[in-house]
Design a protein around this ligand. Structure first.
Ligand code: RP5
Length: 176
């Protein structure tokens, strides 16, 4: 896995603005966060990728959140580790749904990241996935878009059927 996020807007490309913003506090988060991008790629959902640090780039971070909806984004996936304030701060300056990914760092097994992201005050929601759960963040963004896109919803349905078949097959193999 590369430690460097690809250039912004590197996901499934369309002529339109990307649908999902995938941002993180540092390029060191990319080995975890790229699973979100991969999930979006699987569903051909367009996205952009960038580093927007809440602590090291506060003004840029606020601008990103304030401009996100106007640029056409429909959801933001934000990952950060440690004192992980990025998802919550973005949620405070945008009306878009924000999905937070707690990135595990060297110490505390990601509990610091998880608690920083999940314990939001009432009125400022962040949909927090599991520690390191960037793939589910990508899939949740797909589901959000699928609520307004029947074709995407159908593909999500097929994806879930595949999961069912795989799990069923595992049980069948164990029983025989
Ligand atoms: C957080 O600090 C980032 O999201 C990253 O998880 C962590 C460490 O960043 P680097 O020191 O690796 O740039 O803000």
């Amino acid at each position: 896995m590369s430690n460097v996020p690809p250039a912004p807007s590197s996901g499934a490309r369309t002529a339109e603005a990307p649908a999902v913003g995938v941002v993180m506090g540092s390029d060191s988060d990319w080995p975890v966060m790229e699973a979100a991008a991969q999930a979006l790629d699987e569903f051909e959902v367009s996205y952009e990728v960038d580093v927007v640090s809440a602590h090291r780039m506060p003004r840029e971070m606020i601008a990103y959140g304030e401009q996100a909806a106007g640029r056409g984004l429909k959801a933001i996936i934000a990952g950060a580790g440690g004192a992980a304030h990025l998802p919550g701060m973005l949620a405070s300056v945008t009306t878009l749904p924000v999905i937070g990914v707690p990135v595990p760092l060297k110490y505390l097994d990601g509990m610091d990241s998880l608690l920083s992201i999940v314990q939001m005050p009432a009125g400022v929601p962040v949909a927090t996935v599991s520690v390191g759960g960037a793939r589910n963040a990508g899939l949740l963004a797909v589901r959000m878009l699928a609520a307004f896109d029947p074709e995407l919803a159908e593909r999500m349905g097929h994806f879930q059927e595949d999961l069912n078949h795989q799990a069923t097959e595992k049980g069948r193999r164990l029983r025989t």
